[in-house]
Design a protein around this ligand. Structure first.
Ligand SMILES: Nc1ncnc2c1ncn2[C@@H]1O[C@H](COP(=O)(O)OP(=O)(O)OP(=O)(O)O)[C@@H](O)[C@H]1O
Ligand SMILES: [Mg+2]
Length: 240
């Protein structure tokens, strides 16, 4: 009797280990597939001559690559959760590479995201990718860029800097992305304004993440995006 019990326990143990390995393997393959998609888009971007089309394709490359990062991390973890700080730091340093300013944009992370469940991590990495790219692209436009009539006349005086801060409070994750750039355009509509980037952000934040997002002028100039995401199980999409 006892022998059979132990055998059963061992069998279940093994089954669990196999399941774990399978899930990790799937994440690994998803990551590889996403990298292939990114590579295909990059190839296509090199072939098109229209500058606008090229920029759009390059943006897609970054979007797909940021999701691949999460799956890569998931493929190395033993459960469906990820240590998010490392992911943010990688997405942030990738964003600085697109900076068009002469002086490099400084990136800093304040506080910690901690360990996040996979569902939250996948959406959040896309949201942060968009906010970081916006801060770098629009906060610190290249000197020769077409001057936005509505933007503040004075350019950035301090060294360009983007700060991502995160802390947990009452089962909520509070995140902000702030830059000391030239600020939002005067006619910017905080509720509806924006093109694809902010549409992705709003759709993910209110849909998948069930949180809130606010874009406003920073206290000391520049722009600040404030994000609140519930972490409690009660807000999971089980009821959706
Ligand atoms: N950090 C920021 N500083 C200044 N302006 C910003 C900032 N973030 C957003 N904006 C303004 O909001 C607009 C909309 O942003 P959104 O990300 O939706 O579109 P986009 O960046 O122009 O294009 P894309 O779809 O490629 O992201 C920007 O064009 C810019 O004028
Ligand atoms: Mg954008």
């Amino acid at each position: 009797m006892l022998v059979r019990d132990i055998t059963e326990v061992r069998r279940r143990d093994r089954a669990l280990i196999t399941k774990d390995a399978t899930i990790r393997e799937i994440h690994h393959r998803v990551k590889n597939n996403l990298q292939t998609v990114a590579a295909l888009l990059r190839l296509q971007a090199r072939r098109v001559s229209m500058p606008e089309a090229r920029v759009a394709l390059e943006e897609s490359v970054r979007r797909v690559a940021s999701i691949a990062l999460v799956h890569e991390t998931l493929s190395m973890s033993s459960d469906e959760a990820v240590e998010f700080d490392g992911i943010v730091d990688r997405v942030a340093s990738a964003a600085t590479e697109v900076a068009a300013t002469e002086s490099t944009v400084g990136m800093r992370r304040k506080g910690s995201f901690g360990v996040l469940p996979a569902e939250i991590a996948t959406s959040l990495v896309m949201v942060l990718n968009e906010l970081l790219l916006n801060a770098v692209e629009h906060g610190f436009p290249p000197p020769d860029a077409e001057v936005d009539q509505t933007a503040t006349a004075t350019g950035p005086v301090d060294a360009p800097q983007v700060v991502v801060s995160a802390h947990r409070f009452r089962k909520q994750l509070h995140v902000s992305v702030s830059d000391n750039g030239r600020g939002l355009p005067a006619e910017f509509d905080a509720e509806r304004g924006g093109r694809l980037g902010l549409q992705i952000v709003r759709a993910l934040v209110t849909g998948e993440l069930r949180g809130t997002i606010e874009l406003r002028d920073g206290a000391a100039g520049g722009t600040e995006a404030v994000l609140v995401v519930p972490l409690s199980r009660a807000n999971d999409r089980l009821t959706a």
